[in-house]
Design a protein around this ligand. Sequence first.
Ligand SMILES: O=C[C@H](O)[C@@H](O)CC(=O)C(=O)O
Ligand SMILES: [Zn+2]
Length: 270
Amino acid sequence: MEIRHATHPSQVSGFGTADLRGHYLVEDLFPAERPRLVYSHQDRTVVGGVAPSSPVRLESPDPLRSAYFCERRELGVVNVGSPAPVTVDGTAYDLAHGDCLYVGRGAEDVVFGPGGAFYLISAPAHATYPTTLSRLADVTGNRLGGAEGSNDRTIYKHIHADGVLSCQLVLGVTVLEPGSMWNTMPCHTHDRRTEVYLYFDLPEDHRVVHLMGRPDETRNLIVSDRQAVISPSWSVHCGFGTASYAFVWAMAGENQAFDDMDHVAIPSLR
Ligand SMILES: O=C[C@H](O)[C@@H](O)CC(=O)C(=O)O
Ligand SMILES: [Zn+2]
């Protein structure tokens, strides 16, 4: 498991492209043989992925020093591939494209079935909430933005205070309408939570230009399909695609209030 240390915002001033990508971008997230896992010291989140060709078990990497992955953790799984099952302690859940499985603390055996591309996001958990499947088709979306802002999009919340319950994780999927390119503009920070975006359903030859950094000193990352960006609490997180796309957003930290954002006025961006 790769370990990523937390960074101070002042470090970003001296970061070149490779530094930015090495600290904040997660590439090659969907190997077939075993999950790729990245441990981030930003709120101790683990970001991972696997696209199995035959069933793959989630192991507990040595740095966690736990008997099984979810011994002290909760896990969100989102399928960004074809429909496929995830089996938790012998119970199979069928995940269609965009569906989310919340796996509660204490689940010992998690197996990913072939055909899916499973995005994983985990945070430490102090209590056990039930393992629950949230189907994208069953979630009432929240339509935001509009064509005039090139940001006509729908936010589907899977794990949140009024949905599937968790200790820390708040997770959803945002889908842009064809012709809409911008997510999360006007942008924001939330000093109480780390947020991770996984971009998906972006055509192979297209890219998302993701903006990060302090609002008064932004940087950009050029992001391909099925790559993730870790946003420390001090960082904005927004972007525009050269084609429309979807993304999984997931947060962990001090609170779970989705609306607790420090909004950034567009003219104040630098
Ligand atoms: O804190 C919340 C997150 O940044 C996302 O939910 C934003 C988002 O999906 C969007 O505006 O499209
Ligand atoms: Zn946010």
